[in-house]
Design a binder for this molecule. Structure first.
Ligand code: BGC
Length: 883
């Protein structure tokens, strides 16, 4: 028996595929083993029905070392089925592992299988019906109550298999016979609902019984009709005016028959205890209005009204199976009582800035009212600081029913917060309540763990991780707290490589790239944000992407390729990328990007002298042209590759002619100008050295500080360490005076700030107009900590981590770095430790089937040449060579 083991089975990047969007889903697995130089010589994939009665596909033994994205080769999988698949692999000695434990695929249902109709709360009540009393609708923001919907159905016997397909325009929670189905939050997630919506698949076999059953759902507004963004003229109703539900329950019985229960005109609706629920405003829950049995027993019909069969406007969205993991509650943090604020309310502290909500447990009297306000920071007086939330009210209200113990947790809102200001009903002390913070995010699996011997660096890594977690909610957002929360594309592109170390973002990007493509205008413009905001009153088409924003899809696609080796992804979106290149290329015949730059934001939020925006735009154009040449080459499009290569050269030439003077200085003479020019390969060799030197001088002139904004920040440490200034890069990393990463940490930051000067002792808070304490863009330094301090990086020679670059930097102040990254192919780790200034030990693990290229830190010697390293664990003793 081989010691090689296939683990982490994935179908279309997911451990369990809940619905397929393709008839040739792709399979992949990681390998683990415990020898040196182990590899896979062959594999065999077997796909069966989950009861193992039917074989759908057997690949047979295939002589191949490939472990990723292998397409299914059987007849198209039948819809509404549950499949199991296994993989067996053979090692280098042709020894078999035996079949792996099975992974599951729910095949989902196709367009033709949907019988359900969209249903919603009546818009105008049928004549003669009584209008339900609705005294809470009248809140300040006219945020609407949640809708409860249900229908009962009879089942002659218990099904052997029951699968629920469900989605909403808005947000939903679904129940069968009183059981909450699944653990998703904010389902079905955010897409451009005018074009597409994703549905979820749940195995509900255990919930349906013989006899009378009840299927119920609660609908909230979410991204569909609730408030998103900052435009007060169109604060909400971006996609429609009221949420709607679509559900279809498939029941299969032992005798081979089946039946379907679907949303239709037979459902009923009413309002309940959720008086309103809105992302930005918060949720009000009046427990006295609960109908405890609403989802358990048909009970009384009182208060229930017929639903309206609803026609989505302007068109019915396409129904796709969810491409990424669902969003879930991922962490619970106890809130500690801190102090009593000036207004008498109790301030609680989670110790961590999160995106999510609180769970409040109380024992109190009927009608007691609890108000929870949420904020990221406190002001100098210890009061909750909410000015930076702009129009987001971020307040939840709970009115108790007076039960022995009751627990409130909002359903359809979330806040970005570390502190909670809790106003208690009179006579209740803060000891009588229990408050817990709950963090939510799209449940992208955590893949990276990294730790160093430097406390501030560890806090920085934690802050980056949390800003990612807090902003990866269905789409990667800029921030989770103020009235914004959009999928801003440049923020994401500068951060994408960092994100991929901490979490598996393969499925998440696959989903978001579809959103971006949905937002592309007919003339090729990618949007600034995706999903787009369709009903922006100022324009009918989305805001076209600025340089570095609109370029983001190409940059992220390249990173996705390097990390996961997903060629189909490049092929799938290539036409969209090509259209974007045409869109920005044709208006700029002299190869300087002056036109089609839209909201040319430049090196957003930099401090110090501003970089020339056209220079930055042109540098980015060169970057994407060069990446397109590589993408086209990868796809075998040689003519396109040559065309893009030529374009990159023309832009490079024009860039130097326009921006490089005789002394080797770039226009504006800013850090970011040199960083982009160096990292994007815009300077001819003789000028590179001078540019790198000038960059170091500029940093020195700034008192040893960076001055970059969103665009420069990603490059500063990599460029320095690749150009002979690794010590200066580490100086920047460890600095804690303004502006630096350490400065925010010295002020107590637990997430990455939007601005270097979000708060300073001299000036206090930055402008209330834009000052988030949870924006991941400046966390883009994370990739360098992973790739150069830990030293774990992908390789262009063999993408998907089949080949790994290992090139750490040792530093006395950092002391040690222990990192482990779970790549799709297997786990890579690197652990170095300085014993003294001149001696180090380094242990690395390369997963089976992979090899590593090692580059020792300059000046260090292992006493032997380190060749290309095969899989396995290897240890080295290193000495620093005398200078
Ligand atoms: C967002 C950003 C975004 C920017 C565009 C801001 O309001 O918060 O992070 O990239 O606008 O410049």
């Amino acid at each position: 028996m081989s010691t090689l083991r296939p683990i982490d089975l994935r179908c279309e990047h997911l451990a369990t595929a809940y619905g397929l969007n393709s008839s040739t889903p792709r399979f992949g697995w990681a390998l683990e083993g415990d020898g040196i130089g182990q590899y896979q010589s062959a594999y065999r994939i077997v796909v069966t029905d989950s009861d193992r009665s039917t074989l759908l596909w057997d690949s047979g033994k295939v002589a191949s070392a490939e472990t990723q994205l292998l397409p299914y080769g059987g007849e198209p999988p039948p819809c509404d089925h549950v499949l199991d698949w296994t993989v067996e692999v053979w090692d280098e000695g042709d020894r078999s592992t035996g079949p792996s434990a099975p992974a599951r695929i729910f095949t989902g249902i196709g367009d033709a299988d949907w019988q359900a109709q969209w249903i919603a709360r009546y818009f105008v009540l049928p004549a003669g019906r009584e209008v339900p009393a609705d005294n809470t609708y009248d809140n300040r923001w006219q945020a609407r109550p949640a809708d409860y919907l249900r229908r009962s159905f009879a089942s002659a016997e218990s099904p052997v298999r029951a699968t629920l397909y469900v989605t909403a325009l808005g947000l939903y929670e679904v129940y069968i016979n009183g059981h909450r189905v699944g653990d998703h939050v904010m389902a079905p997630g955010w897409t451009d609902y005018h074009r597409r919506v994703e549905y979820q698949v749940h195995d509900v076999t255990d919930f349906v019984a013989a006899g009378e059953n009840l299927l119920g759902a609660i609908l909230g507004e979410g991204w569909y009709s609730g408030r998103v963004g900052h435009n007060q003229r169109r604060a909400g109703n971006h996609y429609g005016g009221r949420p709607a539900l679509l559900a279809q329950l498939h029941l299969h019985f032992a005798d081979g028959t089946s039946s379907v229960v679907a949303t239709d005109e037979h459902w009923q609706t009413r309002q309940g205890p959720i008086c309103y629920s809105d992302f930005l405003m918060g949720e009000m829950y009046d427990a006295r209005l609960e109908h405890p049995d609403w989802a358990t027993a048909p009970g009384s019909l009182e208060g229930w009204q017929p639903v309206e069969v609803f026609t989505p406007d302007p068109r019915a969205p396409k129904l796709d199976a969810a491409r990424a993991q669902p969003s879930r509650e991922v962490a619970r943090l106890p809130a500690r009582f801190s102090h009593i604020a000036g207004n008498g309310a109790a301030i609680f502290d989670l110790g961590q800035n999160i995106a999510g909500y609180c769970e409040l447990t109380v024992a109190t009297k009927e009608g007691a009212r609890f108000i929870l306000r949420h904020g990221e920071v406190l002001d100098e007086e210890g009061e909750l600081y909410v000015a930076n939330l702009r129009h987001a009210v971020a307040t939840d209200v709970f009115i108790a029913a007076g039960k022995v113990v009751e627990t409130f947790k909002p359903r359809f809102t979330f806040h970005g917060f570390r502190y909670v200001e809790l106003t208690l009903p009179e006579g209740t002390s803060s000891d009588a309540v229990k408050l817990t913070g709950i963090a939510i995010q799209t449940d992208t699996p955590v893949t990276g763990e990294v730790e160093t011997g430097h406390a501030m660096v560890n806090q920085l890594l934690s802050n980056i991780f949390w800003s990612q977690r807090d902003n990866f909610l269905s789409v990667p957002t800029d921030c989770p707290q103020r009235d914004e929360r959009y999928g801003w594309s440049a923020d994401a592109q500068v951060f994408w490589k960092t994100a991929g170390y901490f979490m598996d973002v393969s499925a998440f990007l696959t989903k978001w790239m579809v959103d971006i493509e949905d937002g592309q205008s007919p003339d090729g413009a990618f949007p600034d944000v995706a999903p787009t905001k369709p009903l922006n009153p100022y324009r009918l088409t989305p805001q076209p992407g600025a340089p570095a924003w609109g370029d983001a899809p190409i940059i992220m696609a390249w990173e996705h390729w390097l990390r996961y080796g997903d060629r189909n992804f490049l092929a799938r979106f290539y036409p969209a990328f090509d259209a974007w290149m045409e869109h920005i290329g044709s208006p700029n015949p002299d190869f300087i990007r002056r036109n089609a730059v839209y909201n040319n934001y430049g090196d957003w939020l930099s401090v110090g002298p501003a970089s020339d925006r056209t220079l930055v735009a042109t540098a980015y154009w060169h970057r994407v042209a060069e990446l397109m040449a590589r993408i086209a080459e990868t796809l075998g499009r040689t003519t396109d590759s040559a065309r893009y290569g030529q374009l990159a050269r023309s832009i490079g030439k024009a860039f130097c002619a326009e921006y490089l003077d005789d002394t080797g200085r770039l226009t504006g003479d800013t850090q970011t100008a040199y960083l982009l020019a160096l990292d994007f390969g815009l300077l001819p060799d003789p000028h590179r050295l001078a540019a790198a030197k000038r960059l170091c001088e500029l940093i020195e002139a700034a008192g040893g500080h960076l001055q970059t904004g969103f665009l420069g920040v990603r490059h500063i440490c990599p460029v320095l360490s690749d150009n002979g200034a690794a010590d200066l890069a580490i100086d920047l990393l460890l600095r804690d005076t303004y502006p630096s990463w350490g400065f925010s940490i010295a002020q107590g930051a637990t997430t990455i700030w939007e601005r270097w000067d979000g708060w300073t002792p001299e000036k206090g808070f930055q402008s209330v107009n834009m000052n988030s304490f949870n924006h991941y863009a400046y966390g883009a330094v994370g990739e360098w900590i992973w790739a150069r301090i830990a030293g774990i990086d992908s390789s262009t020679r063999s993408p998907g981590y089949r080949e790994i670059n290992l090139r750490p930097l040792f530093d006395r102040r950092i002391g040690h770095c222990r990192a482990s990254y779970r790549a799709h192919v297997g786990t890579v780790s690197s652990f170095w430790r300085l014993i003294d200034d001149n001696t180090a030990v380094w242990e690395i693990t390369v997963p089976p089937n992979c090899q590593a290229h090692v580059e020792l830190p300059s000046g260090w010697d292992a006493g032997q040449p380190i060749p290309i390293i095969p899989s396995g664990t290897h240890s080295y003793h290193l000495k620093r060579m005398p200078a």
